[in-house]
Ligand binder design. Sequence first.
Ligand code: GLY
Length: 384
Amino acid sequence: MTVVGGGVVGLSIAWQAATTGRSVAVVDAEPGRGSSWAAAGMLAPAGEAHFGEDPLARLNVAAAARWPAFARDLEEASDSSVGYRADGTLLVAVDHADRQAVDDLLRYQLELGLDASRLTASECRHLEPLLTPGVSGGAEFRHDHQVDNRAVVRALLDACRAAGVVFVSDRVRGIVTRRGRIERVDLEGGGFRATVAVVLAAGAWSGTIAGVPSPSVPPVRPVRGLTLRLRAEGTTGTLARTVRGAVHGRHCYLVPRNDGSLVVGATSEEKGFDLSVPVGATAVLLADARELFPALDEYALVELATGLRPGSPDNAPIVGRASPEGLVVATGHYRNGFLLAPVTADAVVALLDGAPDVEAFRPFTPERFGPERAGPTPAEAGAR
Ligand code: GLY
């Protein structure tokens, strides 16, 4: 089988499929890079729960519960740490309107049965003494954790290689069928790869592969996100857990790593496939993060990274069989790629093994959007 795309979702599928005895190739010019490299690695069923997205919130909760075993297996297979940290997340509000927004969100999360509780300003600062005295209150999400996204993709690459996955350093230009079945994938470099099964896990580019019949083209769009990586200098203190902030109507997050570094994110912009770093949005993100966590001034800014989240029309993943025979779609993970990668891999392997469907993903099949597709054409996708 051929996995198109070597991000966290494609690599997780490739690894799980190879460990069940399949012969697997991953086609990607830069496996492990792209949005998986730019991500922060939050596993946030509560922090990413939004009004009206109940089925997705339920999937996200199940996905978070899958992570401890996935992390353990991956660490064993790769002989490396993936930085799984189960220390929860604090959501803090700055002004009165932010506090109202946090309370509204908290109410929705409690209705969904998520494990969260309201905190006063002093309770927030008791948990995180380096937060600004200006916080107006917040909430604690005890089941929103994190992994080190870069450690995860490195471990997946190692685990895939150890399981016999072949990496093809190229891009898939198109899928070629014969009598309704997949016969091969053509590569941009000019070659091809004979294959009877294709898993389309190309993130924001999943709608741009030629030869996929229009009803099967996943309607994903690129949503650019910027993250900043910062290194602690000298005796600068850090955070004990992930902090998400509602800051004057905007959102940001600060994710502390085991090595004392910090990942700050993220912008959210719809600018097509443009991966450039916008000065204005960077300045706003940094200002919001500094307002929450003034000690940020003592950190060194070491990297700015942009990635393209694969957004779908309902913000939920698109996972399931599609035509032609042999095609499985696994994309549209939007803001939850790391969270959803293990359960997506489980689902895709079950489908490849012949399961008629996978219960957890029934609301998220490619058919739910009907025959009309909104994904960009290969021409619109431009150079990559
Ligand atoms: N899940 C975090 C983000 O998409 O920025």
